[in-house]
Write a protein that binds this ligand. Sequence first.
Ligand code: FAD
Ligand code: SF4
Length: 523
Amino acid sequence: MTATEHFDVIVIGTGAGGGTLAYRLAPSGKRILLIERGDYVPREKDNWSTKAVNLQGKYNTKEVWRDAEGRELHPHTNYWVGGNTKFYGAALFRLRREDFGEIKHWGGLSPAWPISYEDLEPYYSQAEHLYQVHGRRAEDPTDPPASAPYPHPPVSHEPRMQQLSDDFARLGLKPFHVPLGVMLNEQNPRASRCIRCETCDGHPCLVYAKADAQVLCVDPALGYPNVTLLTGAYVSRLETGPSGRDVRRVVVEREGATAIYSADVVVVSAGAINSAALLLRSANDKHPRGLANGSDVVGRHYMGHVNSVLMAVSKCPNPTVFQKTLALNDFYFGAKDWDFPMGHISFVGKLDGDTLRAGAPAIAPGWTLELMAKHSLDFWLTSEDLPDPSNRVSVDRAGNIVLSYQPNNEEGHTRLIEKLKGLMKQQTKCRVHGHECHEGLFARSLYLGQRIPLAGVAHQNGTIRFGHDPKTSALDVNCKAHEVDNLYVVDASFFASSGAVNPALTVMANALRVGDHLLERLK
Ligand SMILES: Cc1cc2nc3c(=O)[nH]c(=O)nc-3n(C[C@H](O)[C@H](O)[C@H](O)COP(=O)(O)OP(=O)(O)OC[C@H]3O[C@@H](n4cnc5c(N)ncnc54)[C@H](O)[C@@H]3O)c2cc1C
Ligand code: SF4
């Protein structure tokens, strides 16, 4: 097969990594081809329908994966221009400075990254500007040092969230405003693109006010005549030249036909699971275990965080519309009674009956799902899982994805849940029910938790780790494959450890960093 068209750079995937990289490279004048398996998310009322999005999974991929036992897995992931940022909650956190070093956890060691926080810091600031992050520095006690303030003020709390924030502060904690990528202007609501609605987290934004990779990166990049986007284009394989040292052909399945493209530099950014699968599918004589996989790490060390959604139900309703404004990191590195990291406490978007029906927690006695959702505070708890080589992505003979995962490092998460339970019992009296509003309900165990199952791959990372040593990593510090001279990976695959905050801002910042490296290389 001969290549049909040659580019300076091909970027595979247009999410947090690929989209951001395209934005950085676009002004260079280099010929850039973006290859995306999905299409644009259609703009339609269903964008904001919890029934369509959460219950019917309208925008989820229908692809079926398998788990280690061969059982079907219906992954909660999305293949569209902008990738999963079209659906994310836009909580845009930096990793903590300490996350870049080695950290001792209850379940083992979280390894150090091959770069320091200071290496990434300038790019975090750039990414916060690009993705219009709203927040307030130094409220969060674990906040790493930053060279610039957030570009926008924090998103304010609605009254119930402010009350909870005050309660936490009264207990000596340091609640803070979640850094959020929404184009909200609270000072001038008429000029605000964002209307602060209840269907943000998990939903595409109908009015393009979410700071996602399509709106802020891919579309502006396409304003340059040197950038081309192919949608509905699935990259099935990468082929090298005879030496195995360079990718010569990018094999694309589109509209029932196979097309071949080539480029001086090929960047894979298909998401941590799909990127690993692509390299594994691309095994050849020179790379028998998968492309760039002499180390045998490709696909391994899959991480996705230990996550729980916990509903605290009270007699009083929770009328909050936009709930994802408040977070706590007081237990991120441990507590007085526990020396190991526990993790991060924040919120999901406000749950409703339809959303609950999709993942149905046990119904509290005497409640309906609708009523529970009206009376709940819906917490999202994240703890770090550790990179275990046997937690891995592999492909079966037909090239289909198999995801094998055993949760680890769970004790910190269990203790984090206990901490939250303890805090919720100490809320101030409510005017109508007094302490009975909260404490009484907790005493009757109306406190419902659900661990996110394996199909919840939202925070996938770590499957093509970067590092100094080609024996233990697949990528070098610039995210170039050790074994292939023109192959890079810029999605969440490169993570050496996962920290316990949401991953997207780190993916974006790193894409800008690798972008600068590529601009030098392509000069
Ligand atoms: C519901 C939800 C809520 C989330 N909330 C947050 C949050 O609040 N904060 C946060 O930091 N993170 C959040 N995340 C996670 C965040 O979206 C991801 O960390 C981020 O998008 C990862 O970026 P990526 O570039 O690695 O992959 P993606 O953004 O997933 O992009 C990968 C792209 O590659 C394309 N692709 C895949 N395979 C191929 C192929 N073979 N050929 C061509 N194209 C391909 C996909 O279609 C996709 O566009 C959330 C995720 C979900 C699903
Ligand atoms: S309008 Fe604002 S809150 Fe609603 S989906 Fe868009 S960005 Fe999110």
